[in-house]
Ligand binder design. Sequence first.
Ligand SMILES: [Zn+2]
Ligand SMILES: [Zn+2]
Length: 260
Amino acid sequence: MSFLVDYHMHTLFSDGKDTYPAYLENARKKDLSEIGFTDHITLETVDWSVKEIDYPVLKENLRSLCNNFSEDVQVRFGLEVDYFEHREDELRDIIAYFPVDYVIGSVHFLGRWNFDTDESLYGKWPNDELYRRYFEQVQKAAKSGLFDIIGHFDLIKKLRCWPENDQSSLYEETLKVLREADIVMELNTSGIDRPCGEFFPSRKILEMASRIGIPITLGSDAHSPEQVGRHFDEAISMLKEVGFTRITRFRNRKRSEIII
Ligand SMILES: [Zn+2]
Ligand SMILES: [Zn+2]
């Protein structure tokens, strides 16, 4: 059996295309050892998040799947929660409601602009300014203590928003905040299939993260079952090349490590 985990996937509860069994079936085919479902939770009104009215059924269905599924692939209870800097108490209450194994904290908004689906405001500010504002939110998310994992670390590049100037010092500063906050970063393999055409984060950022000593985990951000475990061979090769020797897994918000 493989040792790999896929800790980032979306089902019909949010903006994914299928239900738990279909993803499990593909995880089994890909020989994964463990998967986590992480449907979106956001405080904004959007069409891609779990509806509040569905929180109880998500809680019961996923908890029952985690408890009862005892075959080859283990299932973990995850969430992908949007960070909003002035609403940490609301976020804490929502997270406490769910029996989570881990929570991914993601920044999909700058103010009320959902920059990863709405292209309309690109060009209004210099891209360097967007990078500064984006990574400021990532740093606040890491420091909030709400999350176990920071999702897609450099998502701001998704729609080919490249910085005008080298942002290495901003990446380094942000990675040090993650280290200080003792939070895990994910290698999110979906970026290759996005306009940016590379993993979140980039190889260069992975090199820095390895040097700084940030723990890493793995997620495909699958929105359909065939995307489960996508590009994982390449991901593992890259992790090893930049110096990682292990990936992190979670149960009941406690970490353990798998040697790669
Ligand atoms: Zn996301
Ligand atoms: Zn996601």
